[in-house]
Design a protein around this ligand. Structure first.
Ligand code: NAP
Length: 270
């Protein structure tokens, strides 16, 4: 698979690193990136080919993965349009709908839209994928193979579900960090210094996730198992219920989903 990345920033770097580890050949990867320092770094770190602009000629490739900021997508798509034949286009830009991108690409429709998340940077990502019905199975398989290099994938049948993916796994790492921040602050209030509060919080998250992944029990059962009647965990969970923590999470995720729909509408009007 010959793949050309448009944009050589954080996400492209994470994807390339993951793909090389999964056995993709560096000789098959090209990055179009205007910043010479980033081009040099990509060449040196990964041994991939780089070029400064699309105008200097797009190499023959099977897949074009657009990894620029959403605000740059229209200009990039318009530059790409004359070069398209039968390549798969993968877009990871937040909020840009397939129909909008297809219009900017001059009516080209072999597009898979992906919503990755930041743990992709450490190859523990969760990516949601959507393809309109006329994208063929070969192209779907290529998109999945690429995104699997940086974590897990989940296909959705409707494009609106990409907003829901954004609300869950796209923004999700921030919810986890928010809970961690609160837990560390509570630890400091109990008298722990910063380092110890951090250690207690990070190890608890790491251990709980490992336990959940390794256990046949669901999260509710695991929670019940550590909540003895009249004990400390029960006291904590009662206080959290009374403070509306669960409703807060529910409202937060609904708000993210709603904002994703709004941003999609705004970005489509560029
Ligand atoms: N980071 C995440 O966790 C995450 C999660 C979900 C989705 N995404 C999506 O992933 C995309 C990329 O995000 P990122 O964090 O990797 O951004 P980034 O680090 O800013 O990378 C974008 C790169 O594209 C370059 N670029 C800009 N215009 C270009 C052009 N016309 N041709 C070629 N390259 C161009 C930029 O160069 P300059 O810096 O010189 O402008 C920059 O190096 C965004 O659309 C974002 O919505 C990211």
């Amino acid at each position: 698979m010959n793949i050309t990345f448009i944009g050589g920033g954080n996400m492209a770097t994470a994807l390339i690193g993951g793909m090389l580890q999964q056995g993709f050949a560096a000789a098959g990867l090209t990055v179009v990136e205007p910043d010479p320092a980033k081009r040099d770094a990509l060449q040196q770190q990964f041994g991939v080919q780089t070029q400064a602009a699309i105008e200097t000629g797009l190499p023959a490739c099977d897949v074009i993965l657009i990894a620029v900021k959403p605000q740059s997508m229209k200009a990039v798509a318009q530059q790409l349009a004359p070069h398209l034949g039968k390549q798969l286009i993968i877009s990871i830009a937040a909020g840009i709908q397939v129909n909008t991108l297809a219009t900017w690409l001059g009516g080209y429709t072999q597009i898979v839209r992906v919503m990755p998340n930041t743990p992709a940077l450490v190859r523990a990502g969760m990516s949601g994928l959507y393809a309109p019905p006329d994208v063929d199975t070969g192209h779907r398989a290529q998109a999945e193979q690429i995104m699997r290099a940086v974590g897990q994938v989940l296909w959705v049948a409707q494009e609106t579900q990409i907003d829901a993916i954004t609300a869950m796994s796209g923004s999700g790492p921030a919810y986890v960090f928010y809970f961690m921040e609160a837990m560390m602050a509570a630890g400091r209030a109990l008298g722990f210094n910063d380092d110890d509060a951090r250690k207690l919080t990070y190890a608890t998250f790491e251990g709980a996730i490992k336990l959940a992944l390794d256990s046949p029990d669901d999260a509710a059962t695991l929670r019940a198992k550590v909540t003895s009647k009249g004990g400390t965990t029960e006291a904590a969970l009662h206080a959290m219920e009374a403070a509306g923590v669960k409703q807060g999470i529910d409202k937060g995720i609904a708000a993210a989903n709603h904002r994703g729909q709004e941003l999609g509408a705004i970005l489509g009007q560029q």
